[in-house]
Design a protein around this ligand. Structure first.
Ligand SMILES: N[C@@H](CCC(=O)N[C@@H](CS)C(=O)NCC(=O)O)C(=O)O
Length: 217
């Protein structure tokens, strides 16, 4: 049975699951969910994902939504990859950073991505709301300080091996430039993202995401 990933490739939450599937060399097909067109609200899609959001995974009759849960499912297909450690503490460390992603890192970036990327290039919806950006920037600094400190003396987020945590937390940084992220003080984050974005699976996934492969002028 082939895994189907229902994704909107420009979205970091979609990017992360696509990049993991590519890194693991899984047999998967891309089902494009055209968010600006409203595909996520169709009865066919809401039957899979009542949240009306992407991504969603199907594997035969099995349906799963929430990008970090999908990430864990994909890793379970290749336990030998090490993307999800098998020992309890290692597994919880990765899970902890994926929870932190949802609670702190993703929200800090969702606003700037919406204001600086989605508005001009996807929904074509006007000028950035600078008050919203200022609030999100505060959240960004608070979270970035934590991540930058964690990366000091570690190659990757949880140690010297690549795990799901790196995919989850690295994906939104594809928009660092377009989203005007204030990354200057965070040399560890820049070093780590440089290593992630050099991986063949990252390149392959960027090429599957038109906005990221060739940002609009
Ligand atoms: N926590 C969810 C968030 C999913 C989410 O918000 N996806 C956005 C794309 S970036 C979406 O589908 N938005 C469509 C909408 O709100 O109509 C996950 O990580 O999967």
């Amino acid at each position: 049975m082939t895994i189907e990933l229902y994704v909107f490739p420009p979205s970091p939450r979609s990017f992360k699951v696509m990049a993991i599937a590519n890194h693991l060399g899984l047999d998967w097909t891309l089902q494009f969910v055209d968010l600006p067109k409203g595909d996520q609200k169709t009865p066919q899609y809401t039957a899979l994902n009542p949240n009306m959001r992407a991504p969603t995974l199907t594997d035969g009759d099995y349906v799963l939504w929430e990008s970090n849960a999908i990430a864990q499912y994909l890793a379970s297909k290749r336990p030998e990859s090490g993307l999800m450690p098998r020992d309890e503490r290692g597994r919880l460390d990765v899970t902890r950073w994926q929870f932190w992603d949802l609670a702190h890192w993703d929200p800090a970036q969702a606003t700037v991505i919406f204001e600086y990327v989605a508005k001009p290039f996807i929904v074509k919806g006007g000028e950035p709301d600078l008050a919203a950006v200022a609030k999100a920037t505060e959240l960004f600094h608070r979270a970035a300080k934590v991540l930058d400190a964690q990366l000091r003396n570690r190659k990757f987020v949880t140690g010297d091996t690549l795990t799901l945590a790196d995919f989850s937390l690295g994906a939104p940084l594809n928009y660092a430039e377009m989203g005007h992220y204030p990354l200057e003080p965070y040399s560890e984050i820049k070093r780590w993202y440089g290593a992630l974005s050099a991986m063949p699976a990252w390149h392959k996934t960027l090429a599957q995401s038109p906005l990221l492969a060739a940002p609009a002028a």
